[in-house]
Design a protein around this ligand. Structure first.
Ligand code: AMP
Length: 123
């Protein structure tokens, strides 16, 4: 189990408008914005507006409406960024210590625009 949700995390502060962001898409339940340190020509982060720590928390506890809204928005952004063709993209999420999650608010990284290499470094 992750720890309790920390309302001072940087994405909570973005959602409250305390920190600026470069918004790509926004709906009632979802925000998508550019990663501040992009790892690829295209690198955006999709977050639910609700207070969820990681994927498992979101999947277990969000409403069906939030879950559908999140994924439909992700699909729209993938199309809008020109990533839905054969070159494709990568969508990844980190959780906890082994996942090396930095920001404890669930986020999906969407990366594209170059060959992205292997999923993880060999151990
Ligand atoms: P993770 O390691 O999966 O928790 O990734 C956190 C991501 O958030 C990193 O790729 C950071 O570059 C990104 N990030 C941190 N602060 C901001 C911010 N203020 N605006 C946009 N992206 C950020």
């Amino acid at each position: 189990m992750p720890g309790p949700y920390d309302p001072q995390n940087v994405f909570a502060r973005i959602l409250r408008g305390e920190i600026p962001n470069k918004t790509v898409a926004e709906t009632a339940h979802t925000l998508v914005f550019h990663d501040i340190r992009p790892h690829a020509p295209q690198h955006v982060l999709a977050i639910p507006k609700g207070a969820y720590v990681d994927l498992a928390d979101f999947a277990a506890n969000a409403s069906a409406e939030e879950i559908v809204d999140f994924h439909r928005t992700v699909a729209q952004v993938i199309a809008d960024l020109g990533l839905s063709g054969p070159e494709g993209y990568r969508a990844i999420t980190n959780a906890g210590l082994h996942g090396m999650q930095e920001v404890p608010h669930y986020h999906l990284h969407i990366l594209g625009g170059r060959v992205l290499g292997r999923l993880v470094d060999p151990a």
